[in-house]
Write a new protein. Structure first.
Ligand code: EPU
Length: 437
């Protein structure tokens, strides 16, 4: 749902200080649905406080799970009493990660009904590889009236060999989830290798699954009869860390980014160093010092360990500030340059042709009223606002809050002049006022 909430930023402040990175969104949004496979209590630590995680927890609760918060970032999920039923449509359609319920419901109940996934719109985002995987495991999958219906033909899935035609994070994780309780061995070939894939495998194994090879392009899942409860800590968020790294570089500041796995950030660190930014790696932190003059750099987004598409818009802002012309090649999505129109309102000069953007650097950005077109585009606008002269207002911030925990508080602690303006919850009375305006 769109809200009237917005961020207001007065730019020109270099970020200084320390920031603590939260748990990985794209691991959490798979691990929470995967908890449905477990008959017992899953204690999950380092859960990010983001709306996508809240939505998935609400869906599990509707399916009969007991969900309780031990503290702000630790939850206990007990799906022992969960039963097959229609998951709530309004919640599922809000997020892309609801597709993991296909795998977890099929694995646990032998049947699944979900909406076609929502989420950020970067052009066509098919789920054909998910369906290919579920079908190969012995499910009949049909899409009707915006819903995905999947039924294991003889009540349980059966292990098999699946070659993905496209390297897909979501399909790899969904098939892993579905295969854990299947009979026999499943082999996923041409699998994605992102850190959150390894994290999901580690979570499943800590609950009694037998998943091997995650982090390589061949994953083997030996089906087990049952999963048991256990305790697991989610890895730090690679993209949240990268976003603060770029923010430090773009504002010419100096920020120690704590609770990270530097290995996961190597592609981002290397690209920042090309621009003249200093990046120093420690055991579980990285220090980023902005350069007095930023140099141009080209980049192409690719599956891990390549440069992540989820960092492309943030780097686009940095390229606007760097001296020289940079070329960005978007290797994953057809339409991930919608933020360019918003940046142009701030004085950026960028030409887009399909999946290529040519950025004329050396620009002084100026504050403007802009939209967060999606989660990472929104993060890019926040960085642009902090670098721009004057005041920037960012609308549609609900996208940003889907994936960044306490972005405003963390940036304020680094010295940024950023405020969130929240509109009151609509009552019958102020709904009418909004309508009249
Ligand atoms: N694709 C297909 N068929 C499929 C699945 C994917 O053609 O069945 C295509 C996609 O259209 C895309 C490419 O394959 O062109 C890769 O898509 P992938 O499946 O890897 O992406 P995803 O699982 O839908 C996850 C993250 C995204 C992130 C991508 C790539 C979640 C919930 N989402 O999406 O995260 O961009 O992997 O790393 O994990 C974000 O965090 O901002 C975000 C969008």
């Amino acid at each position: 749902m769109q809200t009237l909430d917005k961020y207001v930023i007065n730019g020109g402040v270099a970020l200084h200080g320390e920031v603590e990175i939260s748990g990985a969104k794209n691991a959490a949004v798979a691990i929470i649905p995967a908890a449905l496979l477990v008959e017992g209590v899953c204690r999950i630590e380092n859960i990010p406080q983001i709306s996508d995680a809240d939505t998935l927890l609400s869906i599990l609760a509707e399916l009969g799970a007991k969900v309780s918060f031990v503290n702000q970032s630790t939850i206990e999920i007990d799906c022992t009493e969960a039963r097959y039923q229609d998951a709530p449509y309004e919640l599922m359609r809000k997020i892309r990660a609801s597709y993991y319920l296909i795998g977890s419901m099929l694995g646990r109940f032998g049947s699944a009904k979900t909406t076609m996934p929502g989420g950020c719109n970067f052009g066509v985002r098919p789920i054909d590889q998910h369906i290919k995987g579920m079908t190969a495991l012995g499910a009949e999958v049909n899409i009707k009236n915006g819903f995905v219906y999947a039924d294991a033909l003889d009540g349980r899935l059966h292990g098999t060999r699946i070659y993905l035609d496209k390297v897909s994070v979501g399909a790899t994780m969904n098939i892993m989830i579905a295969a854990v309780l299947a009979s026999g061995r499943t082999i996923i070939e041409n699998a994605a290798r992102e850190p959150h894939i390894v994290d999901l495998a580690n979570f499943l194994n800590s609950m009694g699954a037998d998943v091997r090879g995650a982090g390589t392009d061949t994953i083997k899942v030996n089906g087990v009869e049952k999963l048991h409860g256990g305790s697991y800590t989610i890895i730090p968020d690679q993209i949240e860390a990268g976003t603060y790294m770029v923010a430090a570089a773009a504002t010419g500041g100096e920020v120690l980014i704590k609770n990270v796995i530097p290995k996961h950030l190597e592609c981002i660190s290397a690209k920042l160093r090309e621009t003249g930014t200093i990046v120093q790696e420690y055991e579980d932190s990285v220090l980023v010092k902005g350069a007095s003059t930023l140099r141009r750099a080209n980049l192409k987004t690719m599956p891990y360990p390549g440069f992540p598409t989820d960092m492309q818009p943030q780097m686009g802002v940095l390229m606007c500030l760097a001296n020289g012309t940079s070329v960005i090649n978007e290797g994953i999505y057809d339409n991930r340059f919608k933020y360019v129109n918003e940046l142009r309102k701030m004085g950026a000069e960028i030409q887009v042709d399909g999946r290529i953007a040519v950025v004329e650097g050396g620009r002084r950005l100026t504050g403007a009223l802009v939209q967060a077109c999606d989660l990472r585009a929104g993060a890019a606008m926040v960085i642009a606002g902090m670098c721009a002269a004057g005041r920037t207002e960012i609308e549609d911030i609900n996208y940003i809050e889907r994936g960044y925990e306490n972005l405003v508080g963390k940036l304020q602690a680094l010295g940024a002049d950023i405020q969130v303006i929240r509109e009151p919850e609509p009552t019958e009375y102020n709904e009418k006022i909004v309508a009249i305006i």
